[in-house]
Design a protein around this ligand. Sequence first.
Ligand code: BJW
Length: 240
Amino acid sequence: MPMPTKTHPIVVLTGAGISKESGLDTFRDKDGIWSKVNVEDVATFTGFQRDPDQVHAFYNARRRTLKESGIEPNPAHFALARLEREWPGGVLLVTQNIDDLHERAGSTQVLHMHGELNKIRCLDCDSPFVWERDLEISTLCPDCGRPGVLRPHVVWFGEVPLDMEEIMEALSGCGLFISIGTSGSVYPAAGFVNSVRRIGMAHTIELNLEPSDAATMFAETRYGPASALVPAFVEEILAG
Ligand code: BJW
């Protein structure tokens, strides 16, 4: 498929690789998060039921890192915010990341399909709210007043990702699908490129450090660090 004209909407999918150069760990790289903790323990509801303290400690540490360790958006985040401001056809940013670096860089049309680190929700009341401190089992739900019912607002394995209807609709109508910094190993995000190819006429491009598991499904691929690749690609398509 050819590159879209500026009237076509763009959907961008991002993964942990885009935040790597900001200082946040990816999951599946050699030194990634899953090399340090057991995924079943911290990223499943069963793990949370078994040992909520361990899960709270895991997310509390990541919440503190995001807030206190000088983590800032990098040129890739800023380039996507620029793309949203300057692309007339509209840009929807779908991120698997639970950090807030896209928003801090200035993107406003962002869907966090795997949730947000700075939000929690009550197992009873269900609606998410902003939470930037540590969370403990003893923390009372501000709405219903019960202890032991609050959980991180993240999507664990076996749970349904957020905003799927809106995402699928955007994928079906886009003229360009850009996948950045994701290993293409977690569904449904890993299947978005197939959905785009099946239902639309969009150009598809992967920007990653190395070929992802889904690389062969893309019409075009470019490899290198996101902080260099993304600003260059944004410059290129804005220049027409
Ligand atoms: C750079 C870089 C640099 C590095 N520059 N690049 C069997 C077959 C198919 C599917 C399944 C199956 N068994 C189970 C499933 C489903 C399951 C799944 O996919 N499992 C697979 C592991 C097989 N999926 C689910 O359960 C999902 N739910 C679901 O499917 O519900 C059903 C449903 C769907 C749709 C509609 C209705 C119903 C839920 C998945 C939840 C994932 N949760 C996590 C944790 C979230 C909270 C947290 O952050 O703690 O999400 S797991 C983790 O993986 C996290 C990430 O968002 C996600 C993806 O990881 P990502 O971002 O791709 O990171 P990495 O580390 O894998 O890759 C980084 C990449 O960056 C690498 O390629 C590097 O090279 C690159 N990189 N530095 C550019 N500087």
